[in-house]
Design a protein around this ligand. Structure first.
Ligand code: V47
Length: 368
C-alpha cells in the first residue's frame, strides 16, 4: 500500500525535482497530505542537493534580546506580550541594553544580535534609532538583525515616516537585517482568528520588498499548527516564493511551530504540533521554496534530537547558539535557552554533516 501511495502521489514530484521543475499548489497539497514521511525527507534532501546544496550545515553565534514586551496588538497565539499595567511588563533603556550586550559579548564573543519586541505604543521612534546607533557604536563587529516587519510598520505609525524612511534611518544607524517574524499565516481568514489586530499581509510584504530593494536582507517565517488548513500553508509559501522571485532578499525561511501554553488556545485544549508535522513542514518548505537558499531547523522549537533528524528533511541550518530565547519559552518550550558551540558541532557531525559557523550573511567563519 505504502509503495502504491508513493507511486501515485510522490512519484510525479520526484520527476519534477530531478528535472529542476517548480512545484505548484497541487504538489504542495500532495506533500502535506502524504503520510510517507521518510520518502518526503528523502525527496527534500534530493531537492536540496539538486539545487546545489552540500553537506554543510550552518549555525551562528547569537544573542537574543527583547527590549520591551509591551505590545498593543494582542495576538492570540502570543504568550510573550504584556500591557503596560501588567506586573511582568518591561522596557529596557538603550543604555541598559547596550551595557548588558557588551558584557555578554565580552563573555561569549557572539557575532549577531537578534532582537524582536512588542509593538510598544508608549515609546517613540527615536528610542529605536538610539538603540541601534548605540549598539552599533559599542559593538561594531556585531551584525544587528533587529525588528520584524510588524515592528517596522509600527515605527511608521509612531513617526509618520514611510517604510523606506524608517528603514533608511535604522540602516544609517547600523541595522544589518530583519528577522522574519510577523508573517504568521497570510490568509485573511486565519489572521482574523489568531491576530485580528495585526497589520495586513500586504504591509508585511511591502516592508520586506522595500528592505530588499535597499540592500537590507531579511528572513521569512510561517507560524503553523493552529487553525490554518493545508491550502493556507501552501498559499503562504507560494506568496513568499513570488516575493523572492521579485527581490531575492530572503536569506532563510524558518517554519515556526505554534506553542499553545499560556495562550487563549491552551485554555481551549490545543496541543503542540507533532514531530511528524514538524518534519513534514521542513520537507514541504524545502521542496516548495526553490529560490530560498537556507531552511532552518529551529532547535529551540523542536528540540535538538528532532533538529538533527531535520537535517535529513531539507534543513541546512540550525539557527545558532540562541542565548536567552524568551518568546517560545513563554509559550511552553521545554528546550534549553542556549546551546554551546561544541554541542551544535557534535550534533551536526553525528547527523553525518559538516558543521560550519557562519556570520548572519552566510559567510563562513569556521568549519569543523
Ligand atoms: O511573529 C510568537 C512567533 C515570531 C509564538 O528570522 C510564536 O531567524 C510559536 O521573528 N508559538 C517572532 N511561535 C519571532 C521571530 C523569529 C523567531 C525565530 C527566528 C527568526 C528569524 C525570527 O514568533 C512571531 C510569531 O510568528 N511566535 N508566539 C508561539 N506561541
Amino acid at each position: 500500500m505504502a509503495l502504491l501511495e508513493q507511486a501515485s502521489t510522490l512519484g510525479p514530484l520526484r520527476e519534477k525535482i530531478e528535472a529542476g521543475e517548480r512545484l505548484d499548489l497541487e504538489d504542495g497539497l500532495a506533500i502535506l497530505e502524504s503520510d510517507d514521511l521518510l520518502s518526503l525527507g528523502e525527496l527534500a534532501d534530493l531537492a536540496r542537493r539538486v539545487r546545489g546544496g552540500t553537506d554543510e550545515v550552518y549555525f551562528v553565534q547569537n544573542l537574543y534580546l527583547n527590549q520591551t514586551n509591551v505590545c498593543r496588538v494582542k495576538c492570540k497565539f502570543c504568550a510573550f506580550a504584556a500591557t503596560r499595567k501588567q506586573e511582568h511588563a518591561y522596557t529596557i533603556t538603550p543604555e541598559e541594553l547596550v551595557r548588558d550586550a557588551v558584557e555578554q559579548c565580552a563573555a561569549t564573543g557572539f557575532t549577531e544580535i537578534h532582537m524582536v519586541n512588542g509593538e510598544n505604543p508608549h515609546i517613540g521612534f527615536d528610542f529605536y534609532v538610539d538603540t541601534i546607533r548605540s549598539l552599533a557604536q559599542a559593538l561594531p563587529d556585531v551584525h544587528l538583525k533587529c525588528y520584524t516587519a510588524s515592528e517596522i510598520h509600527h515605527m511608521t505609525t509612531l513617526s509618520g515616516l514611510t517604510h523606506e524612511e524608517v528603514l533608511r534611518e535604522l540602516k544609517d544607524a547600523g541595522l544589518g537585517s530583519l528577522p522574519g517574524g510577523g508573517a504568521e499565516i497570510f490568509a485573511d481568514r486565519v489572521r482574523a482568528l489568531i491576530a485580528p489586530g495585526k497589520e495586513h499581509p500586504e504591509i508585511w510584504f511591502h516592508v520586506h520588498d522595500t528592505a530588499h530593494r535597499m540592500g537590507i536582507p531579511t528572513h521569512c517565517t510561517m507560524l503553523y499548527g493552529h487553525v490554518e488548513t493545508y491550502e493556507e500553508r501552501v498559499d503562504h509559501i507560494l506568496r513568499l516564493r513570488e516575493q523572492q522571485d521579485r527581490t531575492g532578499g530572503f536569506l532563510a525561511f524558518i517554519p515556526l511551530a505554534f506553542h499553545p501554553e499560556n495562550t487563549v488556545f491552551e485554555r481551549r485544549g490545543w496541543r503542540h504540533t507533532t514531530g511528524a508535522d514538524d518534519l513534514k513542514m521542513l520537507a514541504f518548505s524545502r521542496l516548495m521554496l526553490d529560490n530560498v537558499p537556507n531552511i532552518k531547523a529551529y532547535w529551540i522549537m523542536m528540540g535538538m534530537p528532532m533538529a538533527q533528524v531535520a537535517l535529513h528533511f531539507g534543513a541546512n541550518d540550525v539557527q545558532g547558539t540562541v542565548m536567552r530565547e524568551t518568546i517560545f519559552h513563554a509559550a511552553g518550550a521545554r528546550t534549553g535557552t542556549e546551546q554551546q558551540i561544541g554541542e551544535l558541532v557534535r550534533f551536526v557531525r553525528e547527523a553525518g554533516r559538516i558543521p560550519v559557523q557562519r556570520d548572519t550573511l552566510y559567510n563562513e567563519l569556521r568549519r569543523w
